[in-house]
Design a protein around this ligand. Sequence first.
Ligand code: NG1
Ligand code: MG
Length: 555
Amino acid sequence: MGAVGSKQHARVPKASKLSDVYDDNENSVATRYDTLVSAFKTQFEGEKPKTIARSPGRVNLIGEHIDYEGYSVLPMAIGLDVIVAVSVALKEEGNVEEDEAEATLSIANVDGEKYMPKEFPFDHEQEVDVKSHHWTNYVLCGFKGIFDQLKKQNKLESVLESAFMKRVKKVMVMVDGKVPLGSGLSSSSALNCAVTVALMDAFELSFTKGELSELTCLSERYSGTQSGGMDQAISIMGEKDLAKRIDFNPIGAMDVPLPTNLTFLIGNSCAVSKKAESAHKHYNLRVVECRLAAILMAKHYGEDIEKAKTRVTLREVADLYCNKGDLWTALGAVRKALNEGSYTKKQLENDEGLGDLRKIFDCENNEAFNVVLQKNDTFKLRDRARHVFSEARRVHEFQKICEGQSPRYAVSGPIYEHWCKVIGLEPDVGVASDDPTKDFGHPMYGMGKEDALAKLMHLSHESCKTQYECSCDELDELVDAFMSAGALGARLTGAGWGGCVVAVCESDIAEEILADVKKSFYEKRFQSGVANIADETNLLFKTAPSAGAAILHYD
Ligand code: NG1
Ligand code: MG
């Protein structure tokens, strides 16, 4: 039951055959690699790539917006990926002219019309121009992350002084991405991770998967989002046929086998979530709200205000004060510690005694938070904290059910039984409500495994929509379309505010559901020609857990 395995100490596999990395579609995959190599040669005047690496996008099955609060999430890597070819040209020894020339980092894309090439100095301190939102920013993130990691390991000086690094003339990078942008399938992390792995190999360095997951999580913040570490960790540590429970602090990945009679489907709502551009009112604002909620909860538990102001995550506070992190207790505490509705900046600074918020968020040095505080005056804390704790609980329940526990035992626990006594209900009955704002049990007793998993996904979507407010009309409509078509459950996946829905269904009706959703959602939305869009651009498809990052020796 429940295969376990924590793979953070392993290295990224080096495969020599494409079929070791991809399980199907091998012919078109091979053509894609040929195209990458020939685009590389054309762009870089006949040079041949030294390393090719791939890293996939992901779909998060459950556990939304809780990674940055320190809670485990449950994604799987998908087949769509980013592939990167890299080569390093070295200066000729003794060639004075070359010795003095500035080394460069030259980045190009197979789709050069849409994604223009760009060149930077070969300098790990090169700043990322967050305001430009240029696609190469993520390549720069990957590049910088490698040197940050070396610094952390006290190896930066020696690597920079090595004969190899001193001779670098030009680093050439060619990218081909298949993960749709802004769709909640993590195209950005797939790009960052693929580049990091390719450059690591080309620079003759070797990091463990755990180190790579951590360094790419941190380096992606150069792009302007205060991201958690889910996307990078699963892109690096994903495995065929397994979903993963990704843990943080320290980072780890535990195998989660999914029921074999179920199929997961992905549909793109076609509402593009421009994450970097709208971070101040969406993603980064939520990070700020959760942190404020953590601070007020710590204060509620009697912590000295100055100490409370150093709290960063809700988990930190729950672990300290809520019965060692018991999520039922934490949900109860939220009601007492945080007001309903919104707090204004003034209320937080004056009435709650937090003082200058800009100081708490180190706005002098953190532009992302600086913009959030400049552009927002109201902050919802209770709803956000409630989502985080209840979603963390759903992840736990989802995993337990996948591992074979009966839904009843996955949901209940000593504290749950206790609450039932307090409110005068038989634990077996639970509180029969679909309302995710109710802090007590959900009616999962006697449910089959499949229905219980689907129900958790459904509750997750409701919580994202009403408590975290990260859904949108298109996503809600697509969730409904999947449900009407016969899916067992459906929810937004990824950051939300656009992007994709993940649905789960009995495998034998997957095709029927896809056909139905194509009609009810896509054809209705786009009137004509939708069939082609849906077929060609990965808008609607079946998915299964796929392999994570790999290095390919391809010739
Ligand atoms: P998206 O926007 O789907 O790549 C983001 C974060 C995750 C996680 C989810 C919400 C990045 C790179 N990723 O994913 O860490 O917080 O939102 O669960 O910012
Ligand atoms: Mg992303």
